[in-house]
Every structure is written in C-alpha cells, then in structure tokens.
Ligand binder design. Structure first.
Ligand SMILES: [Zn+2]
Length: 248
C-alpha cells in the first residue's frame, strides 16, 4: 500500500506534507502553516482531507488548522501534553500511540528538543517519517526549549527506522545545512572527503537549481551525510548544534 507524499510550499520556506494512502485514498496533512495555499493544493490533488496531524505548537505549523478543519470537517491530532499550546485537538496522542491512516498506520514518537512537546509520526507502510522541525535534511531543528541531550536522544529514536524511510521534514533548509555539513566535514581527519556527503550535496544542488524541493530525502542517505546523525554522543552533538547556530 504505497503512500504518496507531496510537499505543499507555505510561507517562505515551509513544506506542508500531503500524504495519501493509495489503497483507500485517505489523505493526511502535516503541520498546515497557511489555509489558502494548502486548500488549493488539496483541491488540485483530489479535494479530500481526512485528518490533520500536528508535530508541535509553533505558529508556522498550526496557522491553517482551524480554517482547514472548518472547511473539510476533519479531525486534528496532536501531542496531548502540549494541548494548551495547540489548536483544539480532536484526538490527543502520546509516545507509542498509533493513528489509523487508511490501511496504514502512523506511530507517534515523542521527540523533545526543538520544543518540549514535539512529536513525529512514523508510517511503516511508507516507510515515511513526518518529523516536523526535529530532523531536517542534512540538519536538525534549533533548540528553542530543550537541551542538546534531549535532542540527541530524540534523534536516536529514529535509529531503528529503515534506511529507505522518506524523511518528510517541514522546511527547505537543505542548501544552508549542506554548507555547514561541508564545513564540518572539512574539519575531520579525512579533510572533507565524505563520499556520501559529496553525492548528497550534488543531488541537492541539482534539485534546487531546477527549482525543485530537496525533500523528501532517505534516512539511509541522511545517516551517511547529516552531521547531526553522525554525532557519537550528546556532547559532540551540542558542539555541532552550537556551531550551526553561529555559522554564516
Ligand atoms: Zn518549529
């Protein structure tokens, strides 16, 4: 049962993910920033919306929720312990909960760090990971509320997921992340010679030069090239994250 994943551009660099479970036609939207461009894309893709899944409370992830819920009459699902900062939830979920998605299922993974109430959804039938602002292609989310230790542990929760998992993150930050990843790689003993990063980088630059989204990427490729997934411990992760915050 394939899952089709389409990124809908919102705001300046957000992607709202349109996921369709093809055997039933069930459609989920992840983190709608804006109602109007999201609804236009939903209509162009068949006019169906069955559920809205939220990863965290930031305005650029929830701004379109109420209008889309009113228009399509669909339930909104998000993290129960952060309900006070989210739009009204029709279903509150927590770590390990499973959301039925047509003939597939979305498993909730609690991943604090970017915020303290951040969750991701893993759909094994994809396989696909909707990870919000936790893991980005070649990068990771800023630590607005959590500690480096929390984020390191959260990213570690993705370590058991298959290499062919599509990483559906919510921002087009990949080229900027690529420059930092190349900088980090240049400081290693092998001096900027990571072949996985070279292949990844060439693909990203070609996609962006063609005006195409750089995502979704594959988790296996991220494991080879993303410095934040290659950090061996929380202290190394903290140094990397701080370096990125100051990198121009
Ligand atoms: Zn955010």
């Amino acid at each position: 049962m394939p899952i089709t994943a389409t990124p809908i551009p919102n705001l300046s660099d957000n992607y709202v993910w349109h996921l369709r479970e093809e055997s039933t036609g069930t459609v989920a939207i992840i983190d709608p920033a804006e109602a109007a461009p999201t609804a236009r894309a939903i209509e162009a893709l068949g006019g169906r919306l069955d559920m809205i899944l939220l990863t965290h409370h930031h305005a650029d992830h929830i701004g379109g929720v109420d209008e889309l819920r009113a228009r399509y009459g669909c339930p909104v699902i998000g993290y129960g312990d952060d309900a006070a900062r989210l739009p009204k939830l029709d279903r509150a979920v927590r770590e390990g909960d499973v959301v039925a998605f047509g003939a597939a299922s979305a498993r909730v993974i609690f991943v604090p760090g970017h915020t303290l109430g951040h969750i991701a959804y893993f759909i094994p039938e994809g396989p696909l990971l909707a990870c919000g602002d936790t893991l980005f292609s070649l990068g990771c989310g800023r630590l607005f509320e959590g500690t480096p230790e929390q984020m390191f542990e959260s990213l570690g929760k993705f370590s058991g997921l298959p290499d062919d998992t599509r990483v559906c993150c919510t921002h087009e930050y990949t080229e900027s992340n690529l420059r930092y990843a190349e900088h980090v790689d240049s400081l290693t003993k092998t001096g900027g010679d990571n072949p996985a990063l070279k292949i990844f980088g060439a693909r990203v630059r070609a996609l962006r030069a063609a005006g195409s989204p750089s995502v979704p990427s594959l988790l296996g490729d991220e494991r080879g090239a993303n410095p934040f997934l290659r950090a061996g411990n929380a202290a190394a992760f903290a140094t990397l994250r701080q370096g990125k915050d100051n990198f121009r």
